[in-house]
Design a protein around this ligand. Sequence first.
Ligand SMILES: [Fe+2]
Ligand SMILES: [Fe+2]
Length: 192
Amino acid sequence: MRALTIIKSEHQNLAAVLYSMEHLIGEIDNGKHPDFAVFHGLFTYIDRFLDEYHHPKENRYLFPAVLARAPDTTDLIQELGRQHSEGETLFVEMLKALSAYEFSGASEFPQFRDSLLKYTAFERHHALLEENELLPRAREVLEASDWETIDAAFGENQDPMFGDQWDSEFSALFARLVNSLPTPLGLGDAWK
Ligand SMILES: [Fe+2]
Ligand SMILES: [Fe+2]
């Protein structure tokens, strides 16, 4: 069941990133000038970690195992899988809106803000649905042999940003992110 702890800690790390994104939008709303590299760093984290590691592990190991033991979860599992795809679509929309904002300036900010807030709300809701409905069912129905496979999969690639087993690329990326995030989120200068 180690995977359950890993999933929850990955969700917590995601929540910190979502919070940072919303905080930075608030800074711009208050008249501060953004450092676009910070948004690029945050989005790179989401893209690499959430869409390339976290969601694929759930899709490949956790969802099929729960479905096999509890066919009544079909609708829930389908919905969660659909949300993984929708999240990627919303992410691309947010990235495009960032690009337009960076290139064209303040007139594009409202669109960027809306797409970012839509994304953060969506991913937060998704993680909650997993924690409130999927994980309790997984704990209930999965057997030791199921957990062996799932635990191995989730243990293989710990959160590259926050886990113990950072590879050098991700630890460098994380250090840059912390250095660039404006205080009080990180060690960077406050936006002016
Ligand atoms: Fe998920
Ligand atoms: Fe998740």
